[in-house]
Design a protein around this ligand. Structure first.
Ligand SMILES: NC(=O)c1ccc[n+]([C@@H]2O[C@H](COP(=O)([O-])OP(=O)(O)OC[C@H]3O[C@@H](n4cnc5c(N)ncnc54)[C@H](O)[C@@H]3O)[C@@H](O)[C@H]2O)c1
Length: 284
C-alpha cells in the first residue's frame, strides 16, 4: 500500500459502508467508520464480526487474523475526527446530503486528502461543485456485497485530477479488487446498463404478466446469479428506487428509466428488502 494511504475513513455504516470498512481493514489499513446513527454503527460492527467469523469457519482466516482486522476498525458518530488519507462516502443517495458532508470533510481535512464517493448514480461533478479542491473528489463505486464483489468503478468527474484517479486505481488493486476507470455519466456503466434489468422486470409485474417468483426463477435459469427482485431486495428498494429516479432525471425523463410505482410503494411502506426484513420477499 502506498505511503500516503495508511488511514481510511468511511462515512456511512450501512450495507455498503460496513462492507467497505471490512475490505480496507482486511488489507491492513486503519479504518474509522462514521455514521450519524449509533444503531447503524452497532449493526455494522455485528455484521463485520459475523462475516469474519464466517471466514474463520471456512478456513479463510484464523482467529488471530480476525482479531487484528476487528482492532483496525474504530467507530464514531463524531464527524470532526474524520481525518484520513482517503475518506470514502457511503451515505444516503441524496445529492444535497452528500454535498453537505463533502463540504464538511473538505473543511476538516487537508487539501491532499482524497474524498471518494460510493454513489451509485449521482454525477461526481455535481457532488464536487463548490467543494474546496474539487480535483481530489472521485467516484469509488463498490458493488454489493462489497467484501465479495471484485469490481470497483473509479469515476473521474470533470475536475478530478489524473493523479487522484490513478491513486484510487492503485488502491483498488492493492485491495485485491478490479478497478475499471470511467468518466462521469449518469449511472456510470454498470448501473446504467443494469437499470433495464430492474425497470423492465417491474414493468412485467405491473402488467401482471407473471409473478415475482417466476421472473426471478426465469432470469436465474437464463444465467443471472440473482433474479431482479432478489437483487432489488439485496440492494435495498430505497437505494434502488433513488438510483432509478436519479437516472430518470439525468436522462431528461427518458421513459426507459421511469421509476416504478410498485417499487415506490414498497419504499413508502418501509419494505426496503433484506435490511428491513421485508421487500418483494419476506426475510423474517
Ligand atoms: N445498496 C447497494 O447495493 C449499493 C451498491 C453500491 C453503491 N451504493 C451506494 O452506497 C451508498 C450507501 O448505500 P447503502 O446501501 O449502504 O445505504 P444504507 O441505507 O444501508 O446506509 C446508509 C447509511 O448512511 C447513514 N447516513 C445517512 N445520512 C448520513 C449523513 N448525513 N452522515 C453520515 N451518515 C449518514 C445512515 O444512518 C445509514 O447507516 C449510496 O450512495 C448508494 O447509492 C449502494
Amino acid at each position: 500500500m502506498g505511503a500516503k494511504m495508511n488511514k481510511v475513513a468511511i462515512a456511512g455504516a450501512g450495507a455498503m459502508g460496513s462492507g467497505i470498512a471490512q475490505v480496507f481493514a482486511i488489507a491492513g489499513l486503519e479504518v474509522l467508520l462514521y455514521d450519524v446513527a449509533e444503531t447503524s454503527l452497532s449493526k455494522a460492527k455485528a455484521t463485520i464480526e459475523q462475516q469474519l467469523a464466517g471466514a474463520v469457519a471456512k478456513g479463510k482466516m484464523d482467529e488471530s487474523g480476525k482479531s487484528k482486522v476487528l482492532e483496525r476498525i474504530n467507530y464514531t458518530t463524531d464527524i470532526n475526527v474524520l481525518k484520513a488519507d482517503i475518506v470514502v462516502e457511503a451515505i444516503v443517495e441524496k445529492l444535497e446530503v452528500k454535498k453537505q458532508l463533502f463540504a464538511k470533510l473538505a473543511a476538516i481535512n487537508n487539501s491532499e486528502t482524497i474524498l471518494a464517493s460510493n454513489t451509485s448514480s449521482i454525477p461526481i461533478t455535481q457532488i464536487a461543485k463548490g467543494i474546496l479542491h474539487p480535483e481530489r473528489i472521485v467516484g469509488m463505486h463498490f458493488f454489493n456485497p462489497a467484501h465479495i464483489m471484485k469490481l470497483v468503478e473509479v469515476i473521474s468527474g470533470v475536475e478530478t485530477s489524473e493523479e487522484v484517479a490513478q491513486a484510487v486505481k492503485d488502491l483498488v488493486t492493492a485491495l485485491g479488487k478490479t478497478p475499471v476507470m470511467c468518466k462521469d455519466s449518469p449511472g456510470f456503466v454498470v448501473n446504467r446498463v443494469a437499470r433495464h434489468y430492474y425497470v423492465e422486470s417491474l414493468k412485467i409485474l405491473e402488467e401482471r404478466a407473471t409473478t415475482v417468483e417466476n421472473i426471478d426463477a426465469l432470469m436465474e435459469s437464463a444465467g443471472f446469479k440473482l433474479g431482479p427482485f432478489k437483487l432489488m431486495d439485496l440492494v435495498g428498494n430505497d437505494i434502488n428506487f433513488a438510483v432509478t429516479s436519479s437516472l430518470f432525471a439525468s436522462f431528461h425523463q427518458e421513459s426507459k428509466f421511469r421509476p416504478s410505482r410498485i417499487q415506490q410503494q414498497k419504499v413508502e411502506a418501509g419494505h426496503l428488502g433484506k435490511k428491513s426484513g421485508k421487500g418483494f420477499y419476506n426475510y423474517t
